[in-house]
Design a protein around this ligand. Structure first.
Ligand SMILES: *Cc1c(COP(=O)(O)O)cnc(C)c1O
Length: 494
């Protein structure tokens, strides 16, 4: 199985190890596999009896031809171990009727990024060996909170890699700051900067683009790499939980082999929902893919009109991981539906004008599979409250956006197939807003919101977020935004 760029008409030439190491294609496109491997009913039957790590190794091995099954199984068993994902990697919990919540947040940072970031670093570590790389990869991350912590947990103590995370000193929540400052691991570093998230991001970009810095690193035996969500190594592991969900539906007798089910995904960068589409292309009987957005409803508009227009207001919402106006992974869908030439021209329009439109036949093909809904702030809070009061299910803000979208779709379409809703974060990750939605008043403080939510709802704080205030702080450094490159060199020299 070889890979090519979404924007290239050339034949596929790159191995999985190479694309995981490289991240982005040279022409700025995203890597896609040359063909989609099939998943047969016979295989699904066998997967039904397998554990999550075995399901993951079997699905991944279809896409990562230069990794052996034994390598993948070893990595998956470590990534999705019972100690990291307490109670299992992707358990499905019934909300009501045939609405199922696929809980993707039982990992070490209590949000769904763990599903990919626990395995991707191990795949990268092997990719370095497979491509003959002698240097150590240095992962630099700028974060507004959640991605940084998930990356730290994923890369910690992985061979051949070091990671350094920058965050805006006043731009993350107290819980997020504590999560990062108390990080453990022999190959990790965390640094606050005086500046905002854009400063952190621009600083990292400047370091990546600095030739003198690359030379200095090279001499020390390092090269830069990124943990970006457009990396194929982050996307492929997300296919697994859709297959796993179907197996769990079959095992629970909620559908018969061959019956289809729908999925509803709270969407930002379009990575998670695109993984569901890949699962469908492989042969998993998914009916509709419901794309749920918050007030930043650029994808809802696109899926309904065929025009993607980022010239619009940007809103800060209570589901911040979906506050996005550029859904990078949508490019992969465009490639599969419209081909590389059209994709390259849409992306050119997006770059130059901030807007592109797809042709009527392309839109019609997309709409066969996808439908978009959005949920505003009031509806999100009301959904959290109603879902808890009626069904005793406590949803986080992102999951609530999806529950509302799924309910809207079912009401509009009358579709009776089982509906799997991706639950992407623990409600405790956004305890302030969840508490406010359920109880109707603010918690005394952000940290106390966790305990208060526990008392008010009789649920339990997940292990990654409990006792945060008592953990040992390992990182206290703050630097000016102009000092980021020096901070990197200091870390490597230490
Ligand atoms: C990242 C994230 C999302 C959005 O996922 P995409 O792959 O970017 O569409 C949704 N919810 C949470 C909690 C997230 O962290």
């Amino acid at each position: 199985m070889l890979f090519k760029s979404t924007r290239s008409t050339q034949q596929a030439t790159e191995s999985a190890a190479q694309v995981i190491k490289q991240g982005l294609a040279n022409d700025g496109g995203l890597f896609v596999p040359e063909s989609i491997p099939a998943l047969t009913e016979e295989e699904i039957k066998v997967l039904c009896g397998d554990s999550y790590p075995v399901r993951a190794a079997k699905i991944l091995s279809k896409f990562l031809g230069d990794y052996t099954y034994e390598e993948l199984l070893e990595d998956c068993e470590k990534a999705y171990s019972e100690s990291s994902f307490v109670g299992g990697a992707a358990p499905m919990v019934n909300i009501h009727d045939n609405l199922e919540s696929l809980e993707l947040w039982h990992g070490p940072t209590a949000a769904f990024k763990d599903m990919a970031l626990q395995i991707m670093p191990r795949l990268l570590s092997r990719a370095l060996v497979k491509t003959g790389e002698k240097r150590t990869a240095l992962i630099l991350v700028a974060t507004s909170g959640d991605t940084g912590k998930a990356a730290l947990e994923g890369y910690k103590d992985v061979d051949g890699i070091k990671i350094m995370v920058f965050y805006p000193v006043d731009g993350v929540s107290r819980v997020q700051k504590l999560q990062m400052a108390t990080q453990t691991g022999s190959n990790v570093n965390v640094c606050a900067i005086r500046g905002n998230f854009d400063d952190a991001q621009n600083g990292v970009k400047a370091i990546f683009g600095d030739k003198a810095m690359a030379d200095a690193l090279n001499e020390k035996g390092y090269f830069f790499s990124s943990a970006n969500s457009i990396n194929w190594g982050r996307l492929a592991p997300q296919i697994v939980y859709y297959v796993s969900a179907y197996c769990d539906l079959l095992n629970a007798g909620k559908c018969k082999m061959g019956d289809s089910f729908n999925v509803c995904v709270p969407t930002g960068n379009f990575g998670n929902i695109f993984a569901a589409y890949l699962a469908k292309l492989m042969g998993l009987p998914i009916g509709k893919l419901i794309c749920a957005s918050n007030s930043n409803n650029i994808l809802t508009d696109f899926l309904r009109t065929g025009t993607y227009d980022r010239n619009r207001d940007f809103y800060l919402t209570m589901s911040p991981s979906m506050d996005i106006l550029i859904s990078s992974n949508l490019e992969r869908l465009l490639y599969f539906v419209a081909g590389s030439e059209k994709t390259a021209s849409y992306m050119e329009d997006l770059k130059n004008k901030g807007v592109y439109s797809v042709e009527a036949d392309v839109l019609a093909e997309i709409q066969k599979n996808f439908i978009g809904y959005y949920t505003d702030e009031k509806e999100t809070a009301a959904t959290i409250k109603a879902t808890f009061e009626k069904y005793n299910y406590l949803a986080d803000t992102h999951t609530a956006v999806a529950i509302h979208a799924a309910e809207a779709y079912v009401a509009e379409s009358g579709d009776k197939a089982p509906m799997v809703i991706d639950s992407t974060a623990s409600p405790y990750k956004f305890a302030n807003n969840v508490y406010l939605a359920v109880v109707g008043k603010d918690a005394p403080s952000e940290l106390e919101a966790l305990d208060e939510l526990e008392k008010a709802t009789n649920t339990k704080i997940p292990y990654p977020l409990s006792g945060l205030a008592e953990r040992k702080v390992n990182f206290t450094k703050t630097v000016d935004k102009s000092e980021m490159a020096n901070a990197v060199l200091e870390y490597l020299n230490a």
